[in-house]
Design a binder for this molecule. Structure first.
Ligand SMILES: [Zn+2]
Length: 361
């Protein structure tokens, strides 16, 4: 029975839970300390990497949490619960946990980094021209608001709806959340440089996974899919061996977008799973995103814009900001015990299936 007490209310608590569970399971640990930033209580911030099983294993299954900061609370709980379950590993197999991949966002309970960057759009090649997103440039002035009140938000949605009707679902998704590199005070901003979390992640992948022959990476998120249920996002093309492995390990739903209500997913730039695969060119790599569903898509779009308002405008109205912040946090990290229990139980099963899959491929 999954134990909901494993859900933390602060980054420090989540980290302590994780380190204790990893230590008791016998994992080896390495911390990557953020050199300049701290949490809201002044606490230090880390990417924590724990390796359970042989350091030279041929098969390595990796579970990452907190690419999107606040989404890491449920990912962290899933990691802790799995470690507490006294797992027995298949032969020549290791399980590696990346805890709090964006620790600043995790600690400050927001999706983005200390520079308002969506880490999952930040893994582009900054030595080249950044990807263009003319649709976002058109949308940005239409979704910026200094006042967060129902009439203003309704007006934004009316403009978004008009834009979507004009350009279609796919172009709308690309514009809105595909990632943009021009508006540092906007939403889904990919940044002007690699974030600290980006560099730490790449260093950790090379240090801990460079010797493995088969590697899989499961990146845990929240915010897409039906309430209390998990959905898979597989970005490998139809017919590719990586996609077939995902299908074999987790079933048809790993590749058929079951439960995804987006009419058209954006083409995302600079994702962490793409970076992961490109860092390990010699290995057989399987990557998958798992999302735990929370609120309907429109509410999540609202939350994305609320985050922008909180960060850049909220200081004008601290009382309203406190309420908007509570709503924002609930959208990515629901407090409902039934949601938490369901997410935890499901996570144990799909981690088990991934570990079994990589050791039998
Ligand atoms: Zn996410």
């Amino acid at each position: 029975m999954a134990e909901v007490a494993v859900y933390a209310s602060s980054y420090r608590e989540a980290r302590n839970n994780f380190l204790r569970a990893a230590r008791r399971a016998g994992a080896k640990h390495q911390a990557y300390h953020h050199p300049t930033e701290r949490g809201p209580a002044g606490e230090p911030l880390f990417l924590d990497v724990s390796v359970l099983g042989p350091g030279n294993a041929a098969n390595v299954f990796v579970v990452g949490s907190g690419t999107h900061g606040i989404e890491g609370y449920s990912g962290s709980a899933a990691q802790c619960a799995w470690l507490r379950g006294r797992p027995r590993l298949p032969k020549d197999t290791a399980v590696v946990f990346f805890h709090a991949q964006n620790p600043w966002g995790f600690a400050h309970k927001t999706r983005t980094t200390e520079e308002n960057v969506d880490l999952n759009r930040n893994f582009i090649d900054f030595s080249k021209a950044v990807p263009a997103n003319p649709g976002y440039a058109e949308l940005h002035p239409q979704l910026v608001t200094q006042v967060w009140e129902p009439a203003a938000v309704d007006a934004i949605f009316a403009r978004l709806d008009a834009f979507r009707e004009r350009v279609g679902e796919k172009a709308f998704s690309d514009a809105f959340n595909g990632g943009q590199y021009t508006h540092a005070d906007g939403i889904f901003y990919g940044g002007a440089q690699p974030q600290w979390a980006n560099n730490a992640f790449r260093g950790a992948v090379q240090t801990h996974l460079g010797r493995a022959r088969r590697v899989a990476y499961l990146d845990l998120h929240t915010g897409i899919g039906p309430w209390g249920e998990h959905i898979y996002l597989c970005f490998d093309p139809e017919g590719s061996p990586a996609r077939e492995r995902a299908r074999a390990w987790w079933g048809e739903r790993a590749v058929n977008l079951q439960g995804v209500t987006h009419k058209a997913l954006a083409t995302y730039n600079g994702t962490i799973i793409d970076a992961f695969a490109s860092l390990l060119p010699e290995a057989e790599v399987t990557t998958i995103v798992v999302e735990f569903g929370t609120l309907p898509r429109r509410e999540m779009q609202r939350a994305g814009m609320a985050q922008r308002w909180l960060r850049f405008e909220g200081h004008r109205d601290p009382v309203l900001a406190a309420r908007v912040r509570r709503e924002y946090e609930a959208a990515f990290y629901p407090a409902d015990p039934e949601w938490r229990r369901a997410a935890l139980e499901q996570s144990q099963e799909f981690i088990d299936r991934g570990v079994k899959g990589i050791s039998s491929s």
